[in-house]
Design a protein around this ligand. Structure first.
Ligand code: ADP
Ligand code: MG
Length: 212
């Protein structure tokens, strides 16, 4: 599940590229559930050319349909601004939660508060769900994450990847494909950045105790 109450931090970007990773790179059956009424993930799927591996789209915000039985991986694109009870029932669906955060002091403070609420109001049980943070749209070696890093360390939440700010993600959104499906010569830097993220997802560390 890709989650953050802030809009525009990269939830749909991470969710759609992850779907492409599992479908194209790992050749798995992927379902992409969009809980955001803005439907960005579903727009992405709509733009996806037929000759790329199929990803099953579920407009979860209007249709509670479940992923097909043969699904290997479910990616959930969560809506911005989910509060209280809604949040609790949503996060309970996830084995693993990825939180994209933009490199601005305001976004970082909001993310720290959000993670604090998730954990300390008991919405997420550390036994049932793994959480990691992804820094998104990073322009250079920014130091702004320093405070967030310290905070995450105190909670033992890993900061697993940094994704740069690049037109490749804009192209990805327009064309319905992930960076894994683009010409390697134009995305090699991004593939390198995603390697850390996907390695963590492939490792048992991304799975909750219950699923190991
Ligand atoms: N790393 C990035 N580099 C460039 N543009 C990005 C990046 N991540 C997201 N974007 C763009 O920023 C906008 C918001 O991202 P999006 O994934 O839709 O956020 P959210 O789903 O959290 O609202 C989109 O136009 C998206 O293409
Ligand atoms: Mg979105």
């Amino acid at each position: 599940m890709v989650l953050n109450t802030k809009g525009g931090c990269g939830k749909s970007t991470v969710a759609t590229n992850l779907a492409s990773y599992f479908a194209y790179e790992q050749e798995l059956n992927v379902a992409l559930e969009d809980f955001d009424p803005q439907g960005s993930s579903m727009d992405w799927l709509q733009a996806r050319p037929d000759y790329y591996p199929e990803i099953k789209g579920i407009r979860a915000y209007q249709d509670p349909a479940r992923a097909p039985k043969n699904t290997d991986v479910v990616i959930i694109d969560a809506p911005a601004a989910t509060y209280g009870k809604d949040m609790s029932s949503l996060v309970r669906r996830a084995d693993t939660i990825l939180i994209p955060v933009l490199p601005s002091p305001i976004d970082i403070r909001a993310a720290a508060q959000f993670i604090h609420d998730l954990l300390l109001q008991g919405k997420v049980s550390r036994k049932q769900t793994r959480i990691a943070v992804v820094a998104n749209r990073v322009r250079e070696n920014t130091r702004v994450y320093h405070t967030l890093e310290k905070f995450l360390k105190s909670l033992k939440i890993p900061f697993i990847a940094t994704l740069r700010d690049t037109q490749n993600y804009i192209r990805s959104a327009e064309q319905g494909i992930g960076i894994f499906e683009m010409a390697p010569s134009s995305v090699y830097k991004d593939l390198e950045q995603w390697e850390r993220l996907t390695r963590w997802l492939r490792s048992k560390r991304s799975l909750p105790e219950a699923a190991k």
